[in-house]
Write a new protein. Structure first.
Lengths: 196, 193
């Protein structure tokens, strides 16, 4: 019987980086980049901004790595920094958006061409994919923030319920309840796409 | 209206679709599902939603890892790291040794008792003492000068104005900190304005 190679835990990788093995940070990046980019993408609604901010967040995390408290999960810490950075970025954008709207320009993050995976080929398939992508974003955006932030942490950040509860300082039951309500709302809004 | 027998299972279905249902609830849920087409349809819809969200994921740019690794600056904690410290410490010890040897050689003809390394150490100590005395003297002189200027212009009106200025600065700082902490209920709401 063959045993798979056991992957080091996040905490072990952090310890290795702090001990001087800088390259191990690349393993942490590899482990979290997809979740982080998608989480930020749904908040910022722009793929390039999501990648740029993911890079910024990861650099910030590296610089503060010695302040990481191993009694918490690395992912909780990472997504807390990511959420704060995204909110800061959106605040900074506010002024730019106001000036663009006043000039009648296109709002940032809209009208973009998302390079989402396309399971359906052909002109109809592409149209359907685009519609689906827009509908998902609209459905997520329409959720009240208290549900949206949890839905994104769970479905894009892939954080376990317990970690979300810890990160948001909520009882586990409240997290489950809010996710339940959020998913019910999403289900109603995306009804037309559920049979795809 | 939803029939009462479905109620306890609705939240379980949601957790089951998301992989978060406690194992002890799995069997009762499966028994209920076997007899309830409505809940089976609900579970299928929730699983479709999960799959839809998974399929909507953005592919990550392949160079992100290398971009991050290239952008990593030397972190503050790296400067405190023993391995990073070892080279500067070794260099300092080497330089101190070289200085001691040089001063020892230079001090030897002046002091017959300085044939050993002790003479060099005394010479280094003397140099530090002289530096400290000179620095202390300069500092005292400059503070005395500042004191004389302040003493000349110190009136109750100036003192009162300065106190008001300090209070104003503190209030400004507190208000800025409070404004930063107050997050809107929905930080993204501003995007729809």
């Amino acid at each position: 019987m063959t045993r798979g190679v056991e992957q080091p835990t996040d905490e072990e990788l952090v310890a290795a980086v702090l001990a001087g093995d800088r390259e191990r940070f690349g393993d942490l990046v590899e482990r979290y980049q997809a979740r982080l980019v998608n989480y930020l993408f749904r908040l910022l609604r722009n793929p390039d901004d999501a990648h740029d901010l993911a890079q910024e967040v990861l650099v910030k995390v590296y610089q503060a790595l010695d302040r990481f408290d191993p009694q918490f999960r690395f992912s909780t810490w990472l997504f807390r920094i990511a959420q704060n950075s995204a909110i800061d970025q959106i605040r900074r954008r506010r002024f730019r958006l106001v000036s663009l709207s006043a000039e009648g320009g296109e709002r940032e993050g809209e009208g973009h061409d998302w390079d989402l995976p396309a399971p359906e080929r052909g002109p109809y398939g592409e149209l359907r994919n685009r519609e689906r992508g827009d509908a998902i974003q609209e459905a997520i955006d329409s959720l009240p923030w208290e549900y949206r932030e949890l839905i994104l942490l769970r479905h894009m950040g892939e954080l376990p319920y317990e970690e979300i509860a810890r990160m948001k300082g909520m009882p586990l039951g409240t997290v489950k309840n809010k996710l339940f309500r959020g998913r019910q709302m999403l289900k109603e809004k995306l009804e037309d796409f559920l049979s795809d | 209206m939803e029939s009462p027998e479905h109620t306890p299972y609705r939240e379980w279905l949601d957790l089951a679709a998301d992989g978060g249902l406690e194992p002890e609830r799995q069997a009762p849920l499966e028994r209920h599902l076997a007899a309830c087409p409505e809940c089976r349809a609900e579970l299928a819809a929730l699983q479709s939603l999960d799959s839809l969200l998974m399929r909507s994921r953005l592919p990550v740019q392949p160079d992100l890892r290398s971009r991050v690794m290239q952008a990593l600056p030397v972190a503050g904690w790296e400067a405190r790291h023993p391995r990073t410290w070892s080279f500067p410490v070794a260099l300092m010890v080497l330089l101190a040794g070289a200085a001691t040897a040089l001063l020892g050689t230079g001090a030897a003809p002046l002091d017959p008792a300085a044939h050993s390394g002790w003479g060099a150490l005394f010479a280094v100590a003397g140099m530090f003492k002289a530096t400290l005395l000179a620095g202390g003297g300069l500092l005292a002189a400059s503070w005395r000068g500042v004191g004389m200027v302040v003493e000349g212009s110190l009136t109750p009106a100036v003192m009162g104005g300065f106190a008001l200025f300090v209070v104003f600065l503190n209030l400004l700082l507190v208000s800025l900190l409070r404004r930063r902490r107050e997050l809107p209920a929905d930080p993204l709401e501003m995007r729809r304005e």
